[in-house]
Design a protein around this ligand. Structure first.
Ligand SMILES: *Cc1c(COP(=O)(O)O)cnc(C)c1O
Length: 411
């Protein structure tokens, strides 16, 4: 059985002092006291700000940066990011409320996602948020609700492209999809929108998620722009908004290399002027979720028991699958790999052993680390799961087995 090697603190972005990991400049042991209970999620403001700044450094100045709230909807974190990005992308009425509460200009909040309810569409129109229509039914409903409310809806068409982001962890465009309007259907929808008296401001073309390959992202962006220019020809109104998607990934597993932003920025430096000359009124944006927040967050659980079963050491913690489904391996549907895990109060200790870190649930799937080399730990020590700032708590089955919901802190 192979054992996952420990990660070095320097790879994580979180500082270490006196063998203790710091989040938000606070040693994780002290942070646990402050929070008052384990487990908890902690997000580091400095790392969030630095990540946005890093993206801005590499991307053309004219490119707008949006945050996809779905990745982490914690209100304090969304508030922090609202002050740093140009827009917020939401995918439900609940996320719309979180976004509006930040004070972000409503026209800079976009609402995409299949199957929006009438209540959600009405809220979005009333608030002045931009609706990304994903079907003919949504177009017709938006027209009717806009007329009822006496408000001209802010509207963009979400397009299901005729290509996909190659090698992405999650395909969300290309082929048959529940997302967006098929690119070949767009001319008909644009004509329908015109007869319904709707002003379509532009297009949203999202081709995939969690890509670590700059080349694949560059290729998808070029195809996205080509498609947008073709769609613009079918549009009677000038294109004012063009969301070219995102898909920037972060490394989760051993051997994965970090995405290189420099070539993506360089390619966009050449691509944007093409858009600007063909569509002079278009604001071009990218939407990033996990890339902005994933590496700025940790999940911290306390060791409550240490057991040896037939020679294998198990650290049993008070946290697990119910709080962090992704780190546990998504209910065993995929070949499970270890997220980066450390003993937060024993960083860099040379006294290591191979252990499995498990949670308190009565299922063998409740695993945070399967045979990983970690500093020798005991009851009371703090297990830290890195890369936990995105798709953590809000993407986990917290009701499963009825344990308390963990706290979240932004520090
Ligand atoms: C989920 C989603 C995103 C964010 O994806 P990340 O992988 O977190 O960057 C962006 N755009 C759309 C349309 C999405 O559905």
């Amino acid at each position: 059985m192979s054992v996952t090697k420990p990660i070095h603190a320097a790879q994580t972005g979180f500082p270490v002092a006196d063998g203790c990991l710091q989040v938000g400049g606070i040693p994780v042991t002290r942070l646990a006291q402050r929070v008052g209970s384990t487990p908890f999620y902690a997000y580091d403001r400095r790392l969030l700000s630095e990540r946005v700044a890093q993206v801005r450094t590499h991307m053309p100045a004219a490119l707008e940066l949006h945050y996809s709230v779905k990745a982490n909807p914690m209100p304090a974190l969304v508030q922090h990011l609202a002050g740093l990005v140009d827009g917020l992308d939401v995918a439900s009425g609940g996320e719309l409320k979180v976004a509006l509460d930040t004070g972000m200009v409503p026209g800079r909040i976009s609402f995409a996602g299949p199957g929006k309810s009438e209540a959600e569409l009405r809220q979005a129109i009333a608030a002045g948020a931009c609706i990304h229509a994903e079907s003919e039914r949504e177009l017709r409903t938006v027209a009717r609700l806009g007329a009822d409310l006496g408000i001209a809806p802010q509207l963009v068409l979400r397009i299901n492209p005729d290509f996909e982001l190659k090698g992405s962890g999650m395909r969300m465009g290309g082929g048959a999809k529940q997302f967006g309007i098929d690119a070949e259907e767009a001319p008909r929808m644009l004509a329908l929108a015109a007869t319904l008296g709707l002003d379509v401001q532009g297009f949203h073309i999202f081709s995939g998620s969690q890509s670590l390959k700059a080349d694949a992202i560059i290729e998808a962006q070029a195809q996205t722009v080509e498609l947008a220019l073709r769609l613009a020809e079918a549009s009677s109104n000038p294109v004012r908004m063009l969301n070219i998607g995102g898909g920037f990934g972060i490394p989760y597993f051993p051997g994965e290399a970090r995405l290189d932003l420099a070539p993506i920025g360089a390619a966009l430096d050449l691509l944007l002027p093409r858009v600007q000359s063909a569509l002079p009124q278009a604001k071009v944006s990218i939407e990033l979720g996990r890339y902005l927040v994933g590496e700025a967050g940790v999940y911290v659980a306390r060791v409550v028991d240490r057991k040896v079963s037939r020679g294998q050491v198990f650290l049993v913690t008070d946290g697990g699958l119910h709080h962090h489904l992704a780190a546990s391996g998504n209910f065993g549907q995929v070949i499970r790999k270890n997220y980066p895990v450390a003993i937060g109060n024993r960083m860099g200790s040379g006294d290591t052993e191979a252990v499995s870190v498990v949670g308190p649930l009565c299922t063998p799937l409740d695993v945070l680390a399967d045979r990983m080399e970690l500093p020798r730990a005991d009851v009371g020590d703090l297990v830290v799961v890195f890369q936990s700032g995105a798709y953590g708590l809000s993407a986990s089955p917290t009701a499963f087995l009825g344990h308390a919901t963990p706290s979240e802190v932004l520090v």
